[in-house]
Write a new protein. Structure first.
Length: 95
């Protein structure tokens, strides 16, 4: 049985642009085809063809940081609004 090569060079996957097909890096385990990719933020990263095709990897990590920051911002805003509403309710009780 022959191995099928998945050369994804030139394709885009969410925020990653596939630059070239490379040999499996020594620090990565598993089989399959590995690609060097450039994220929209400019960072280079390595991902397997399987992870790219099945959308298991979407960026170099910047998407996770941005999403976490946005969620934290939204949580803090909601919490601040809730505290103001509670304080207003307490003030109305004494008036």
């Amino acid at each position: 049985m022959q191995k099928v090569m998945h050369d994804l060079t030139g394709m885009y996957f969410t925020r990653l642009h596939v630059d070239r097909l490379i040999a499996r890096p020594a620090y990565r385990s598993g089989r399959g085809d590995w690609h060097e990719c450039t994220c929209k933020c400019g960072t280079k990263t390595v991902a397997s063809a399987l992870m790219l095709r099945h959308k298991m990897v979407k960026s170099c990590g910047c998407l996770r940081r941005e999403t976490a920051a946005e969620n934290l911002r939204r949580y803090r805003k909601n919490r601040a609004l809730r505290l103001v509403e509670e304080r207003n309710a307490e003030v109305r009780q004494f008036v």
